[in-house]
Ligand binder design. Structure first.
Ligand SMILES: Cc1cc2nc3c(=O)[nH]c(=O)nc-3n(C[C@H](O)[C@H](O)[C@H](O)COP(=O)(O)OP(=O)(O)OC[C@H]3O[C@@H](n4cnc5c(N)ncnc54)[C@H](O)[C@@H]3O)c2cc1C
Length: 383
């Protein structure tokens, strides 16, 4: 389908595809196997100015547009849904600063991201607070010109590797979700350390780690927005970042589709290529149609956000839930088309199926997305 990309968008798409094909493809299996963080690829992303896509021009970037973030994420994820997160999760990590940060915080941190000198991470989830984000137990106690953070964050993407963390903590526990606030915490701050590194099913070329705050003292200027606005900042961040997860899902699905289509022409059974069987043809037709529908929903949502629309929670949730379900279905079908070979690590589709699963879980599970969609619909049709 024609998405009428601008010259600039075509250029960043081309750069991302080149990095994915030439640099990521040869090493994706190694990173998957080793469950390691791909610093050699981050270096290439920095050299090609890819991180500048995340940041608006006034902070030394080249875009800051959601559509451009999704274009890059899809291309990187088409080859590896895990390695793409060094880029995508950095986008997620800096959104709280971009959305609600003071001018000082923006000037201090955004140019460093644009230059690719530092990665970012978003730290909300805890052992006892996943979908129920109002249940976080990490605290931030005011102490003169400082806040003192205590608590543990779990499953933080880019954890341990990033330098800049948007961290959510309770400043007033009694107020529940309205008592949470968001802070920038830099790696290296005394009292801020890292715990368990997760051994995951998929996206193994990304880091997922615990963050531990033990009397971590940060200046009060690191508060993002106002005290008590943490929940609102988290929700606004997710509204803006869910198309990124949608594009990660579209990319993974596209990669799996291409592998399956190619294989179906090469594999011979009963004296002919399996692509000559209608059962395989219909699977390929369904896969391609679902991918295109998901891409269209992601791109339209991203453009809606970039247009300055004020409300887009519903659309953002719709594109994430739809694209991630498509990724799961398409990658599973790709394994099916490759038969027993699809189940083996010699072919990339089993990895793509493992990578796809997370898109239905993080940045709000698909059940939570449906809650958001339904809530918005019911509100609209209530007299
Ligand atoms: C690899 C990985 C990377 C991650 N990266 C980050 C990160 O960078 N930053 C971060 O902050 N978090 C991150 N997370 C956390 C992720 O966002 C949470 O796992 C997710 O929000 C779900 O929370 P949970 O796992 O605690 O599931 P739970 O909330 O315990 O949910 C369990 C099940 O119950 C369902 N459920 C819960 N509540 C409801 C409800 N009200 N209605 C219907 N169904 C419901 C869920 O859909 C799910 O099926 C990451 C997780 C993983 C696995």
């Amino acid at each position: 389908m024609e998405y009428f990309l601008t010259e600039d968008q075509l250029e960043i798409k081309e750069i991302a595809r080149k990095i994915a094909e030439e640099k990521i493809k040869p090493v994706r299996a190694k990173y998957d196997e080793e469950n390691a963080f791909p610093w050699e690829i981050v270096k290439v992303m920095k050299q090609t100015d890819l991180f500048a896509v995340l940041i608006p021009e006034e902070y030394d970037g080249i875009s800051g547009k959601v559509a451009d973030l999704t274009i890059v994420t899809e291309e990187l994820s088409r080859v590896c849904g895990g390695i793409s997160l060094a880029f995508g999760a950095t986008g997620l990590g800096i959104y709280p600063i971009m959305i609600s940060g003071s001018e000082e915080l923006k000037q201090k941190y955004l140019p460093q991201i644009a230059a690719g000198n530092k990665l970012a991470a978003f730290a909300l989830t805890e052992a006892n607070a996943g979908s129920d984000v109002g249940g976080i137990e990490t605290t931030a106690a005011k102490d003169g010109d400082f806040y003192i953070l205590n608590g543990t964050k779990q499953w933080i993407t880019n954890g341990g590797e990033a330098d800049i963390y948007s961290v959510f903590a309770m400043t007033n526990k009694a107020k529940g979700a309205r008592g949470s606030s968001c802070f920038v915490v830099e790696k290296g701050t005394p009292g801020f350390g890292f715990g368990k590194k997760e051994n995951k099913m998929g996206i193994r070329g990304s880091a997922t780690r615990e963050l531990i705050f033990d009397n971590c003292r940060i200046p009060k200027e690191n508060l993002i927005g106002k005290e008590g606005k943490g929940f609102m900042i988290a929700m606004k961040t997710f509204d803006k970042s869910r198309p990124m997860v949608g594009s990660q899902a579209v990319g993974i699905a596209q990669g799996a589709f291409e592998e399956a289509a190619k294989y179906s022409k090469e594999r011979q059974q009963f004296g002919k290529p399996i692509s000559s069987f209608q059962a395989i043809q219909f699977m390929l037709a369904n896969m391609a149609t679902q991918i295109e529908a998901a891409r269209a929903l992601v791109m339209t949502t991203a453009r809606m956000i970039d247009s300055g629309a004020k409300k887009y929670s519903k659309e953002s949730a719709m594109c994430k839930v739809f694209a991630s379900d498509v990724a799961m279905k398409v990658t599973t079908d790709a394994v099916q088309i490759l038969g027993g070979y699809g189940y083996m690590k010699e072919y990339p589709v089993e990895k793509m199926m493992r990578d796809a699963k997370i898109t239905q879980i993080y940045e709000g599970t698909n059940q939570i997305q449906k809650n958001i969609i339904a809530l918005n619909l019911i509100k609209k049709y209530t007299k």
